[in-house]
Ligand binder design. Structure first.
Ligand SMILES: Cc1cc2nc3c(=O)[nH]c(=O)nc-3n(C[C@H](O)[C@H](O)[C@H](O)COP(=O)(O)O)c2cc1C
Length: 357
C-alpha cells in the first residue's frame, strides 16, 4: 500500500565533498542522506505515492521530512519565518562552534597553530606603488569631556554645506582605521592594535574615502593607507548622486563632507579564522570600527551617519575591489551636522509631552 507524502518546505540541501545533508527550519533533525533519498525528497515536493513501510520513508516521516497530506507541518519558528532559510541555516551552522580552550587543549592548540603557520602570513596593508597624499600627523586635541562626547554621539543624517578640516579628516581616519601601536605576537607576527577591538587583531577592515568637501583635498575616491597615513587615489570622480544611489537615497551624501566605505579584506582574516563563524566575527569587527568613527566625529563636533543598506555589487565595482575576497561592509558619512535647538540631530524628534497637548 502506498501513501501520498509531501516533503517539508523549505528543505535545505547541502552537498559538500561526498556528503549530502538535508535540514529545515521547521525541524530539529539534520540528516545525512544517500542520493536516492535526496531524489525521493525532491520528487515528493509536489507529493509522491510512497510506501510508508519502506524503512527509509518511515525514517523521513518520523523525522518530519515527509508528511501525509492531512498532517499539519510544524511552523517555522520566529525569527526565521521572516529572515528566511539562508539566515536560519547560517545561524545553525555557526552555533556551538568549537573554539580552542587554551587551558585544557594544549595539544589541539599546538596543532591549530602549526596549521595556521603552515600558510604564508598575509601581507597586511597594500602600500605598493600607489601615489599617496600624506595626511598631517599632528593631532587636533579636543578639550571635550569624555562623558559629554558619549552623550553627544548621535547618528546625524543631515549636514550643513560646509567643509571639514583636513586635520579632522586625518584624525578621524587615524583613530578609526590606523594602527595606534603594534604588538609582537611571536610566531603570529607583528600585529596592529587600533582604537577598535578586532578578533585576533587581524584588523581586516580597510577604508575607501569619497571626498566631497574637505579643505585641501581634491574631491575624488581614495583608499586610506593606514601605514603611510595617506590617501591613495582610486578614481578622480565620485559623485554625490553615485553615493546616494549606492545607499538607497537616504540623503546622507547630499551634503556630507566625505563618505567612507568600510571594506573587509578577508585574506587577512581567513588566514587565522577558517570556520564560517568568521563571517559573523568580521561584521562584529566593523561594528566596533563604526562606533569609533562615529565617536571621534562627535569629539570634533562633527556628525556621522552609518548604513548597511548598500548596493553591494555596484559599490564593490566602484571601488575596484579584488574579487569576492574583498567586499564593502558599511557606508559611513561625515560632515557638519544640522542640530536642532534641543540638541538632537536635524530630523530626529524628541518624544512629545502628552500632557502639553
Ligand atoms: C548596523 C547599523 C545599520 C544602520 N543603518 C542605518 C540606515 O540604513 N539608515 C539610517 O538612517 N540609520 C542607520 N543606522 C543608524 C541607526 O538608525 C541609529 O544608530 C539609531 O537610530 C540610534 O540612533 P543614534 O545612533 O543616534 O543613537 C544604522 C546603525 C547601525 C549600527
Amino acid at each position: 500500500m502506498t501513501e501520498k507524502l509531501f516533503t517539508v518546505d523549505p528543505l535545505v540541501i547541502e552537498c559538500e565533498h561526498a556528503k549530502t545533508v538535508v535540514s529545515s527550519p521547521r525541524l530539529s533533525a539534520r540528516l545525512k542522506v544517500a542520493p536516492e533519498v535526496l531524489t525521493t525528497l525532491l520528487e515528493a515536493r509536489a507529493g509522491s505515492d510512497l510506501d510508508p513501510d519502506d524503512p527509509r520513508v518511515a525514517h523521513l516521516k518520523r523525522t518530519g521530512f515527509l508528511r501525509g497530506d492531512g498532517a499539519e507541518a510544524p511552523q517555522t519558528p520566529r525569527p526565521w519565518d521572516t529572515w528566511g532559510v539562508a539566515a536560519w541555516n547560517y545561524h545553525q551552522r555557526i552555533r556551538d562552534t568549537r573554539f580552542i580552550e587554551h587551558t585544557h587543549e594544549e595539544e589541539r592548540s599546538e596543532r591549530y597553530l602549526e596549521e595556521v603557520l603552515s600558510r604564508p602570513l598575509p601581507v597586511a596593508p597594500r602600500t605598493e606603488g600607489a601615489e599617496v597624499l600624506l595626511l598631517p600627523r599632528t593631532r587636533s586635541r579636543t578639550a571635550e569631556d569624555f562623558w559629554e562626547v558619549l552623550e553627544r554621539r548621535r547618528t546625524c543624517r543631515r549636514f550643513e554645506d560646509a567643509p571639514v578640516d583636513l586635520q579632522h579628516l586625518a584624525d578621524i581616519l587615524h583613530y578609526s582605521f590606523a594602527p595606534l601601536r603594534f604588538v609582537d605576537a611571536g610566531q603570529m607576527g607583528v600585529l596592529q592594535l587600533r582604537a577598535a577591538a578586532s578578533g585576533g587583531a587581524r584588523h581586516e577592515t580597510d577604508a575607501y574615502v569619497a571626498v566631497f568637501n574637505v579643505a585641501d583635498v581634491a574631491p575624488g575616491l581614495y583608499r586610506y593607507d593606514e601605514i603611510r597615513h595617506g590617501l591613495a587615489p582610486v578614481r578622480d570622480e565620485v559623485t554625490r548622486d553615485q553615493m546616494e544611489h549606492l545607499t538607497f537615497h537616504q540623503g546622507f551624501y547630499e551634503r556630507a563632507a566625505f563618505g567612507v566605505f568600510t571594506v573587509a579584506m578577508t585574506e587577512r582574516f581567513v588566514w587565522k579564522y577558517r570556520h564560517p563563524v568568521a563571517y559573523k566575527l568580521l561584521h562584529h569587527n566593523v561594528g566596533h570600527v563604526a562606533q569609533v568613527f562615529s565617536t571621534v566625529c562627535a569629539a570634533f563636533r562633527l556628525g556621522a551617519a552609518i548604513t548597511g543598506a548598500i548596493r553591494n555589487s555596484e559599490a564593490d565595482a566602484l571601488l575596484g575591489l579584488a574579487g569576492p575576497a574583498e567586499f564593502v561592509t558599511f557606508a559611513l558619512a561625515c560632515g557638519h551636522p544640522v542640530i536642532a535647538p534641543d540638541g538632537l540631530p536635524g530630523g530626529v524628534q524628541a518624544p512629545i509631552d502628552p500632557w502639553r497637548a
